[in-house]
Design a protein around this ligand. Structure first.
Ligand SMILES: C[S@@+](CC[C@H](N)C(=O)[O-])C[C@H]1O[C@@H](n2cnc3c(N)ncnc32)[C@H](O)[C@@H]1O
Length: 212
């Protein structure tokens, strides 16, 4: 099954190859303020093993590595991973970068303290959401954290990622995760969409998944 919606698969797969980062409409050049807050309050801490799923050009991955985490970035795009490698070199941090599909990351079971999702889940096609949640759950250690930022249903309608309802975010994750936080917040504006209302989801993997 394809992880992302057709729009991404057909239209955006070559985005990084054909555009400098500054021309990619959603590229803000920095992490979401809520991700920085999680570092400031110690939820994301030095020494943790983090997987940045769909790491793109590595902005979040390099940021988290700069703050002492051991970070693996996973992305389908070789061009994006090459950009992430350049960013890591510029920062002077190490990143493990893996070209793989989101639904089959090839990462070992229960190996991560944190899975970070910056603008990934809102592009996952609805029929792949359960498989995505299962892959996140497989990679995370029991008690590990899933941190998700993506478009909410308070964004103006239009093209682009899915405007997720709270049920869209919660339903696939509730069987295996406790919800620590789910709230909308204003993220950085872009030229194309100044009014960015996004979700922050912070979900903790249950020590034991309930029996089906
Ligand atoms: C909207 S970008 C977000 C990138 C990055 N997380 C950020 O915040 O800038 C989505 C990313 O998902 C990657 N991607 C799309 N489909 C994928 C798949 N099936 N498996 C792995 N990565 C995929 C794209 O190459 C792209 O880097």
């Amino acid at each position: 099954m394809q992880a992302f919606t057709d729009r991404w698969v057909s239209g955006f797969a070559k985005l990084y190859e054909e555009n400098p980062l500054a021309q990619i409409s959603w590229f803000t050049g920095t992490v979401s303020p809520v991700l920085a807050d999680l570092v400031i309050d110690g939820t994301l801490a030095r020494g943790q093993r983090v997987v940045d799923l769909g790491c793109g050009a590595g902005v979040a991955a390099a940021f988290l590595a700069r703050h002492g985490m051991t970070v693996t970035g996973v992305d389908a795009s070789a061009t994006a991973l090459a950009a992430a490698e350049q960013l890591a070199a510029l920062y002077g941090v190490e990143l493990e970068l893996i070209q793989a599909d989101l639904l089959k990351t090839t990462l070992p079971d229960e190996s991560a303290d944190v899975v970070n999702d910056s603008f990934i889940y809102h592009n996952v096609r609805p029929e792949a959401r359960a498989a995505y949640a299962a892959e996140v759950g497989r990679i995370l250690k029991p008690g590990g954290l899933f941190v998700m930022v993506g478009f909410s249903d308070r964004m103006t309608p239009g093209s682009g990622p899915i405007r997720l309802t709270s049920d869209d975010v919660l339903d696939p994750f509730l069987p295996g995760f406790e919800v620590e936080e789910l709230r909308r917040f204003r993220n950085l504006p872009t030229e194309a969409r100044p009014d960015q209302w996004h979700w922050l989801g912070v979900f903790r993997k249950r020590a034991q998944t309930p029996l089906a």
